[in-house]
Design a protein around this ligand. Structure first.
Ligand code: HSE
Length: 309
């Protein structure tokens, strides 16, 4: 029998303008998944978390991700997972992605590493397909598995580009106690956008990638502007525009919705600013009668990893 315990970090998908194609890795926040592999042919998932997960295994994001891996592996095994969720589902910081990323990473190690980390991204994406209403995307599972900032240049075939993370890249994330499902946050989006809007957005995505490649955090901040998705999703976040005015005045370079929301994140070039901005975000939601969890951290270059007990 082979046993492996893995941590996979939370992530900020989209990074503002890069809907479904950009994501970055948070430091210290994430899920832990253990796996035991033995002879046989079955899948079990045990939840040892403070958060509820679906009783039906078919509704757990780990299931399609693991089935995809085992189908590619081509041999049968008894696979038993224990999930310790540290990120609340529906938070917008890659909760489901962290679980499926940790599960496929752990299983790959237990099987003797037959697959590359990039291939694991393809398997973990199947979990995202389950919760998003049918669209597989890798802007959470990519950074959760690989670490750093990840660009999905294309999906058919999957073309993953890992971008450099500037040293002074500080992130403040506020997770307000509001429920917004990924499925709902995707259903409100338009199926088509005007060319003028697309021109603004691809200028920003190009600016974001250039800013990362050049290590220019101010260019990154200017480019983190989403004219396609944010207008439809910000209605779920009370006082979104007002909060942005406050955090920019406090020195943040940009503020956007994290993934499908309701978390919001800011980027700062200085940890003191990031800490102050975190407090402003907490106060903002408290004024609206909404509690929030605040995370202030650097963007991490480390993705999923084995834990030594
Ligand atoms: N890119 C995805 C979205 C991330 O914004 O819907 C959440 O899975």
């Amino acid at each position: 029998m082979s046993k492996v315990r893995v941590f996979a970090p939370g992530t900020v998908a989209n990074m503002g303008c890069g809907f479904d194609v950009m994501g970055m890795t948070l430091d210290g926040v994430g899920d832990v998944v253990s796996v035991e592999v033995s002879e046989g042919d079955d899948l079990e998932i045990e939840n040892r978390s403070h958060v509820e997960l679906p009783d039906d295994i078919e509704k757990n994001v780990i299931t399609p991700a693991v089935r995809a891996l085992m189908a590619a592996y081509g041999e049968k095994r008894m696979v038993k997972f224990v999930v310790e969720k540290k990120i609340s589902p529906g938070s917008g910081i890659g909760s489901s992605a962290a679980s499926s990323a940790a599960a496929v990473y752990a299983l790959n190690v237990a099987l003797g590493r037959p697959f590359t980390d990039e291939r694991l991204v393809e398997f973990a994406m199947e979990g995202e397909k389950l919760i998003s209403g049918g669209t597989p995307h890798a802007d959470n599972v990519g950074p959760s598995l690989l670490g750093g900032v990840v660009l999905l240049r294309g999906y058919e075939p999957l073309d993953i580009v890992r971008l450099p993370v500037p040293d002074n890249f500080c992130c403040s994330v506020a997770h307000p106690e509001i429920m917004v499902s990924t499925r709902m946050a995707r259903e409100v989006l338009p199926k088509e956008i005007p060319l003028r809007t697309a021109v603004k957005q691809w200028g920003n995505v190009a600016g974001l990638v250039a800013g990362l490649a050049l290590g220019d955090v101010h260019l990154v901040g200017r480019a983190m502007c989403d004219v396609v998705v944010e207008p439809y999703r910000k209605r779920f976040i009370p006082g979104f525009d007002e909060l942005r005015v406050k955090v920019l005045a406090a020195g943040a370079l940009a503020m956007n919705i994290s993934g499908a929301g309701p978390s919001v994140f800011t980027l700062s070039a200085d940890m003191d600013v990031a800490e102050r901005v975190g407090e402003i975000m907490r106060e903002h939601f408290a004024e609206q009668g909404i509690g929030s969890d605040i995370y202030v951290c650097k963007v991490s270059n480390q993705g999923a990893r084995v834990l030594n007990d």
